[in-house]
Structure formats: C-alpha cells, structure tokens
Design a protein around this ligand. Structure first.
Ligand code: BES
Ligand code: ZN
Length: 496
C-alpha cells in the first residue's frame, strides 16, 4: 500500500472514500478539521444522533467528490493515545476492506492531545497492520479472496512528515514478517528456513552479523536439551544467532531469545489432535525475535542486541526423546524429562545458558508460546510477564501499554520451585500438577539465568488467535515485535 500526503483538503485527489474525524462531546460530536463544504452532508447523522463520535463509530454519508464519506468517531479526547488511534483506524481499514475500497483519503485529526509523531505512527501502523492478509492458499474462486487497500492519502500532512509514517511502516513490516513466518506451513518454516531468513538480515545493515549453528556445532556446544527435543525429527535443529551492533560507544548489551519449535506434536507425550492443529505457531517467539531484529536494524536504533533462536520440531517417532529419561544441557544441569510436551523450556534453557555463559549480557528477555496454562490464566489478549528485576518489568509494562502488546505480570513464586525437584536429576521439566503451570515453567527457566536481569514473556495466548480481531486480520498476530521495538527505542534514549 502506498501512503501519500496532501497539505490541505483542496489538494486531495479523488478516492473511493473520505474519512472525517470527530471527537465525542456533550452536545454533539466535534469535527477535528475544517468542515467547510461538508457541513451539509454531515448534518443528517449528527442531528438525528445516529452519529455521536463514540470510539470507533462509523457513519457513511454521500455527496463529496469521493461520493462516500465516513464520519469516524475517536471517542472522548482524554482517552486518545497512540494505541487507541491505531485501534480506531484499524476498524476503519477493516470496514474499507470489507467494502472492497482501493483508495482512501484520510483527514488527519487536528488539535488532539498527542504528538503528531504518535498520531501518524498510530495511523500508519493501523493501515499497514490491518491491510495484512494471508491468502496465498485461497486459490479456488469459491473462497472469497480478501480485498486490500492500494493507497491512502493523509490530508493535513506535509511531505516531510511522511518520514513519521515511514517509521510506522517499518515496524508494521517487522510485525507482518513475523505473521508470515507463523501463518506459513510448518513444513516450509523449518529451522533451516528460519536460519535463512535470519541470514538475509545481513543485507539490511553492516551492523548485523548472523551466525548459524548447525547440528554438528550444536553437539560441540553441548546443547543437550535442544538435541534431545530434536531427536524425533527428520529435520536438523538450528541455533540462530543475530548480532546487532548499533551503538559502538556503549558496552550495554541485551540478549533476546525466542522459542523456535517449528511444530509441536508434543512428542511421545503426544498432544490430542484438538490441541495440535495450531502448533505450527509454536515458533511464534522465535518469529517475533526475528521480526524485532529486522525492525531495529531497519530503524537503525542505537542499541546493542543479540537475538538467539533455538529451533527444532518436536516430533514423534522411534528416535524421539523419552519421558523418564535424563538429559544434560549446556548449563550442565541434568533434567529428568517427565513430559516431552514441555519441550519449549528445554530448548530455552540451552539458549539461556548460552547467553549467560558466552555473551554476558546486561539483560535477557525471552519470549515463548510456553504454556497452555498461561492461556487459561490470561486469555488471548494478554501475555504473561515474569521478571527477576523491577526496572526491566516496569519498562516492559510501559512498552506494553504504549504499543497494545498487552502484558500482565505474574509472580515467580518461590515455593512452587519445590515442584521441580527430581529424584534422579537436578530438575524435572514439569511441576506436580496443572495448577500454576505458567509459573512453574517460568521457575524452570529461572534456574538457568543465574543472576542476570531477566524477563520471560509467555505469549501462548496472543500469538495465534482463535479468531482474528482488531488490528489482527489473521490468526498470527506478530505479538512481541512492537513491544520489543518500543522497549529498545526507549533503551536507546535513556540507557539503563
Ligand atoms: N506449545 C505449548 C504451549 C501452548 C499450548 C501454547 C497451547 C499455546 C497454546 C507447549 O509446548 C506445551 O505443550 N506446554 C504444555 C506443558 C505441560 C506439558 C506441562 C502445556 O501447556 O500443556
Ligand atoms: Zn509442547
């Protein structure tokens, strides 16, 4: 989709729709732009109170040169921030897609209490995120193929301000890259393919260096837990390392880790088929990490970040790792595998040990579709956050509020650690019961981070929606990319 700018209404070209923004006020909705020639055509719905300017309210009237004019409600002005703007405009884009509109003129609201930067970024993100689709497999004419916007003109915007829109586009591109990786077939998005995508980031910037560990190297590194999970798969594992060195003057260095289970059958502790049909999404954490690296490299952020993605399928077969057996990973801790479906924490453990021992970072953030228990606790709108550090947790919550990748902090409740005791090994990989399963998973990971500042984000709920909604027109949402990008943008402004 192309986005252009027109300084004022007179300079706009004809389009399928025109959007006029309103805020909700006591007596009647107030337009946030010069209304001049439109006063006649907007009268009806306002006088009849059919249109009150409520958040995301849409009324269509006819008569301007675009023929169709949308009165768009932004709601009460005190509630409006970048996140609400993106939600509201995503509703309009969804409406336009349904109506098969190709072009739209958007009058950018004036006199709002948010910066033009946030406003344009919010609108741009809504346009690019909601205009996303995944219909490469919809060949048959019977399947309704979605319609997409081809261009949008922002009215009341100087050409030079399009740079702000460009930033929104870069972020949305990162989210959409993540969505594609998750929506694609598991048989296509293999560990090797994820590695290939990561490698391609070297073309974005000289600040990016990518190293891929193949199976042999993973064996040399003694990543015994990643190797255990990989045993049943006919595809080799990959350990993907993406370095982004954006701040040569600083020693500050973050590591981000994403779970890269390209398909989770559960292994010998096989999932029921009802729990398996969404499990191509079990590399959502890894995909979010790749989308984030793509974005921060394209934004040229002044930060130093290394991304790690341990990637493998969790398959069933005669070679599969076995419940009851003990495996030892890079951190030299032995783990009794009581359930092969609790595989994410095993591959993350090796990545955490690698980060702690080899990279010595200032902080680690891991992101993973780790537990069904977290979905039960927080649903599909909210990801679970665990952290051993108050500032890191606070900064991530701030990023979550700003971007709409919602987080809710859950406790690393120490007493539950007893549940991870094994009779024959240092640890076992599950707790005693289903209760607090998100917490016991996080406590397992904590065993491998030692004293480093660390946060764990469980995206089991929001990574792959049962039904598309809001800014997310497909099952895969790309959750985490906007969150982490915002986090690093802020870190680059005021380092910890
Ligand atoms: N990939 C799943 C977690 C998951 C389930 C994410 C549903 C999103 C939706 C993970 O590997 C898993 O299978 N976890 C088990 C752990 C259990 C065996 C302790 C779970 O949550 O059931
Ligand atoms: Zn599993």
């Amino acid at each position: 989709m192309k986005i252009t700018a027109a300084q004022n209404q007179n300079q706009r070209k004809i389009a399928d729709y025109l959007i006029i923004p309103f805020i909700e006020e006591k007596k009647k909705p107030k337009p946030l732009c010069a209304i001049g020639k439109f006063s006649n055509i907007i009268k009806g719905p306002i006088q009849s109170k059919d249109f009150e300017g409520k958040e995301s309210q849409i009324s269509v009237v006819y008569g301007a040169k675009e023929k169709r004019v949308i009165l768009l409600g932004l709601g009460k002005p005190d509630k409006i921030d970048e996140f609400h703007i993106s939600l509201i405009y995503s509703e309009v884009v969804a409406f336009l897609k349904k109506r098969k509109a190709k072009t739209v003129n958007i009058i950018v609201p004036e006199k709002l209490n948010i910066s033009k930067e946030d406003l344009l970024k919010g609108i741009a993100e809504a346009l690019f995120l909601t205009n996303y689709g995944f219909d490469k497999f919809k060949h048959s004419t019977k399947n309704e193929v979605a319609s997409y916007l081809k261009s949008a003109c922002l009215i009341g915007v100087e050409k030079k301000e399009l740079a702000l829109v460009h930033k929104g586009k870069i972020i949305a591109d990162g989210v959409n890259l993540t969505r594609d990786l998750v929506n694609n077939n598991a048989d296509d998005e293999t560990p090797q393919n994820l590695a290939k995508i990561a490698k391609s980031f070297e073309k974005i910037s000289k600040k990016v260096k990518v190293i891929i560990f193949d199976k042999k190297k993973i064996e040399q590194e003694k990543m015994g837990l990643l190797l255990a999970v990989n045993k049943g798969s006919d595809k080799d594992p990959a350990f993907i390392i993406v370095h982004y060195h954006g701040d040569l003057d600083s020693e500050d260095h973050s590591v981000i880790i994403g779970k890269g289970i390209t398909y989770d059958s559960g292994g010998l502790s096989l999932k029921p088929s009802t729990g398996m049909d969404t499990m191509k999404s079990d590399m959502s954490g890894g995909a979010a990490i790749l989308g984030t690296m793509y974005t921060i490299a394209n934004l040229n952020l002044k930060v130093n970040v290394t991304a790690l993605v341990p990637a493998t399928e969790n398959s069933i077969g005669s070679k599969s790792y076995k419940p009851g057996d003990v495996y030892v990973g890079l951190g030299n801790k032995s783990v009794e595998v009581k359930n092969t479906d609790a595989e994410g924490r095993l591959i993350l453990a090796d990545a955490l040990s690698y980060a702690v021992e080899k990279l010595k970072p200032n902080r680690i953030i891991d992101i993973a579709s780790l537990t069904g228990a977290c979905v039960v606790a927080l649903g599909e709108d909210v990801a679970g956050l665990f952290s051993n550090n108050e500032k890191l947790a606070k900064d991530l919550i701030a990023a979550s509020n700003k971007t709409g990748d919602h987080l809710w902090r859950l406790p690393l409740y120490k007493d539950y650690k007893k549940q991870l005791k094994s009779d024959i090994a240092d640890l076992k990989n599950i707790g005693n019961a289903r209760e607090a399963g998100a917490i016991t998973a996080a406590l397992f990971l904590e065993e491998f981070v030692e004293k480093v500042d660390w946060a764990h984000i469980d995206i089991g709920g929001p990574c792959f929606l049962s039904k598309p909604k809001g800014l997310h027109p497909t099952h895969a949402t790309g959750v985490g990319v906007r969150l982490l990008t915002y986090f690093f943008e802020n870190l680059s402004i005021k380092p910890a």
